[in-house]
Write a protein that binds this ligand. Structure first.
Ligand SMILES: O=C(O)CCC(=O)c1ccccc1C(=O)O
Ligand SMILES: [Mg+2]
Length: 369
């Protein structure tokens, strides 16, 4: 197979409500959609999860655009591919830029599955026919407001509640949640807002029976997390620190975490995501699929990946309606009672809606072989 044509769309979708984490507030979602075509006219879709500001990782939407245009697209276009995993080999000599690589690689996986006439989940070796999902809830204006948002989402059937924490929005918040909802599956995500100096405070979180605490310490750390994990009963889950299967191997060896959040974009694509999944399975480390507030395209990739059997905890892949008035795929992603049923169709399964893509695209660029 050969990629003959690549189209990039610079997209902007308004979030239904602003989302706040320890790193800041996001009100609109800008992202790159990637559409590719092979020599037979088969089409594949991918999405970059880089953010406008480099708050979560060093990558940005415009940085990804430049990286795709100047480097990655020229390396891929016209190159003979046997298998989607060839893409990560081709991109190996480019350091990092994982979200940019993943946007293109994900489109190749979709296209490859469509050529074979199988779903992306099947192409990846996933076995589940449905996946459980939870929801990630941002920092709210007040505790009563947060409790209200949690209540609404439990009513919608989400299987697990994740709340964002930061210094000053932590113990009292978790206490209030546990008082009101003693039995829910609950976790906290700090997005690197703490240091080892907060060890005593973080130890107090053990009282709330959290499924895990996600990335409490620095975004590039696996040493201090190892020190902290020894002091905590609550399992640590690493998000920001894991960019590759090698990072995962080292974190497991150092016992820096007991759980890993796999994000396709952060690790450079589905091939590397699957490698991390497989390593963790061998080491008895459960994983789950995080989210980057993806549009329907990225959401569909997450759903397919979550069908691999070591995705043990519900993912952050909430329904389209949690984020957008209108998603850009048909049908929209709609969990029922916190469960998403896989579509039995080739590739990502969900159909990109061209009209809605055009409407929300600020500009586009076409690349030919
Ligand atoms: O709903 C989602 O897609 C997940 C939201 C979320 O938690 C998040 C959103 C943007 C950047 C990082 C994170 C995170 O998981 O840390
Ligand atoms: Mg996180």
């Amino acid at each position: 197979m050969q990629i003959k044509r690549v189209i990039l769309h610079y997209m902007k979708l308004q979030l239904k409500q602003p989302f706040t984490a320890s790193f800041g507030t996001v009100t609109d979602k800008e992202f790159i959609l990637v559409k590719i075509m092979d020599e037979n006219g088969v089409i594949g879709w991918g999405e970059s999860v880089a953010m406008v500001l480099p708050w979560y990782s060093e990558e940005t939407v415009k940085g990804n655009w430049q990286m795709l245009k100047e480097h990655l697209i020229p390396m891929l276009i016209g190159t003979h591919l046997e298998d989607p995993s060839d893409v990560s080999t081709i991109f190996q000599k480019v350091r990092r830029n994982n979200m940019a690589k993943s946007a293109l690689e994900g489109a190749v996986w979709d296209l490859f599955a469509k050529r074979k006439g199988v779903s992306l989940a099947q192409a990846l070796g996933g076995t589940k026919k449905e996946v459980e999902v939870g929801i990630s809830i941002g920092i709210e204006a007040s505790i009563p407001k947060l409790l209200d948002v949690i209540h609404k989402n439990l009513d919608l059937g989400y299987k697990r509640i994740k709340v964002k924490i930061k210094p000053g929005w932590d113990l009292a918040v978790m206490e209030a949640i546990r008082n009101k909802f003693p039995n829910i599956q609950l976790m906290a995500d700090a997005n690197s807002a703490y240091t080892l100096a907060h060890s005593d405070l973080l130890q107090e979180l053990d009282r709330f029976d959290l499924t895990m605490i996600e990335q409490p310490l620095a975004h590039d750390d696996i040493i201090d997390h190892s020190t902290l994990q020894k002091k905590l009963k609550t399992p640590i889950c690493l998000d920001e620190s894991i960019h590759s299967v090698e990072d995962a191997r080292k974190a497991i060896e150092l016992r820096s975490c007991k759980i890993i959040n796999i994000k396709i974009g952060r690790v450079g694509g589905l091939t590397e995501a699957k490698r991390i999944h497989d390593l963790c399975k061998k080491q008895n480390v459960p994983v789950w699929c995080g989210g980057m507030m993806e549009s329907g395209i990225g959401r569909a990739h997450n759903i397919a990946m979550t069908t691999l059997d070591n995705f043990i905890f519900p993912g952050d892949t909430a329904g389209s309606k949690n984020y957008w008035e209108e998603d850009i795929i048909d049908p929209e992603v709609t969990p029922h009672n916190g469960v998403i049923t896989l579509l039995d169709k080739p590739g990502i399964g969900y159909e990109p809606n061209y009209e809605k893509i055009e409407k929300n695209s600020l500009y586009s660029e076409v690349f030919h072989a």
